[in-house]
Design a protein. Structure first.
Length: 269
C-alpha cells in the first residue's frame, strides 16, 4: 500500500492562536509533533497540510527548514485540503491509503500510529475506514484515522454539511451503511479518553504538554505513552494542570447533528 499521512496545521486557532508555533524544548510544537509521526514505522509519506492564508506562510517556511513536505490548500474546507494534498503526492492512487492526524496532538505515541496502521493493513479488504476514535479509548490526543483513498474521494464528492467539510471524515464514520468502519481499542482494555487530555486547545494544555516534554524529552525524544502515564502517576501536579478540560472536544457543539456520537463522549467547559 502507498501510505500518505496528512498532518493538518494552521496558525488561526480561536482558543489558542499560534498554538502550533509555541516552543517545546527549543523547536515549534508543530516540529516536535511531526518528529513523533516520523518515528512511526508505518507512516509512509508525511505531508503538513496548511492553508493558503498569508498568515500560514511561516508554516511553509518552517517545513522548508525542517525538510518536511508541505501542501497549502483551502483554509476551512479540510476535506478538500486533505483530498488535494493526497493528489499532490500520490503516484498509484488506487493503492493509496490516507492517514489523518491533527496537529494538536504533540504527545501522540508513534506506536499507537503503527498499531492502527497494522490493524488496517491486516484488514484492508474488510474496512474502508479504521480509527481509534469510534469509540475512543486512548488518552485524548492520540488521534489516528486511516482510510482507502476511495473512501476519502467518496466523502469529497458527496459531503455537503459544514461539519463534514470542516472535520474531514464525519461523512465517512457517520454513514456506516455506506462505509465499512473499523475501530482499534487500547490494548490495555482501559478507557482514558475522557480522563486524560494530551491535546492542545487552551493555555493550560500547552503548560501541561510543555511540562511533559521538559521532563521526558531529554531522556528519550520519542518517549512513549506508558512513559507519560508513569510520569503523571509520579507527578499529579502535572496531571492536574489541564485536567479541568478532560473530555472537552468538538463534538460538544454538534451533538444534535452527529448520530454516532453519544452525549457521554464529550462535555462542556
Amino acid at each position: 500500500m502507498n501510505i500518505i499521512t496528512i498532518i493538518q496545521a494552521r496558525r488561526g486557532s480561536s482558543r489558542l492562536p499560534d498554538k502550533v508555533l509555541l516552543p517545546l524544548v527549543g523547536k515549534p510544537l508543530l516540529v516536535r509533533m511531526v518528529e513523533r509521526v516520523f518515528a512511526a514505522k508505518k507512516a509512509g509519506t508525511i505531508i503538513v497540510a496548511t492553508t493558503t492564508s498569508p498568515e500560514d506562510d511561516i508554516i511553509e517556511e518552517i517545513c522548508g527548514q525542517e525538510k518536511f513536505n508541505c501542501f497549502r490548500g483551502h483554509p476551512t474546507d479540510l476535506l478538500d485540503r486533505h483530498y488535494q494534498a493526497v493528489l499532490s503526492q500520490a503516484t498509484e492512487i488506487s493503492k493509496t491509503v490516507v492517514v489523518k492526524i491533527p496537529s494538536d496532538c504533540p504527545l501522540i505515541d508513534p506506536q499507537v500510529i503503527d498499531n492502527v496502521l497494522n490493524f488496517f493493513e491486516k484488514n484492508s479488504e474488510r474496512f474502508d475506514f479504521v480509527s481509534n476514535l469510534h469509540p475512543p479509548t486512548y488518552p485524548d490526543g492520540n488521534d489516528v484515522e486511516v482510510m482507502h483513498f476511495s473512501a476519502l474521494e467518496n466523502a469529497w464528492k458527496n459531503a455537503k454539511r459544514l461539519l463534514e467539510r470542516e472535520h474531514t471524515t464525519p461523512y465517512i464514520w457517520e454513514n456506516p451503511e455506506k462505509f465499512r468502519i473499523g475501530n482499534v481499542t487500547w490494548e490495555t482494555g482501559q478507557d482514558f479518553s475522557m480522563s486524560h487530555r494530551f491535546t492542545i486547545d487552551y493555555k493550560e494544555d500547552y503548560d501541561f504538554i510543555k511540562a511533559v516534554y521538559d521532563e521526558l524529552y531529554p531522556k528519550n525524544p520519542h518517549f512513549e505513552l506508558n512513559e507519560i502515564l508513569s510520569l503523571l502517576e509520579q507527578r499529579p501536579d502535572i496531571f492536574m494542570i489541564n485536567n479541568k478540560f478532560a473530555g472537552v472536544n468538538w463534538y460538544r457543539n454538534h451533538l444534535g447533528e452527529l448520530k454516532t456520537v453519544r452525549p457521554e463522549q464529550t462535555k462542556n467547559i
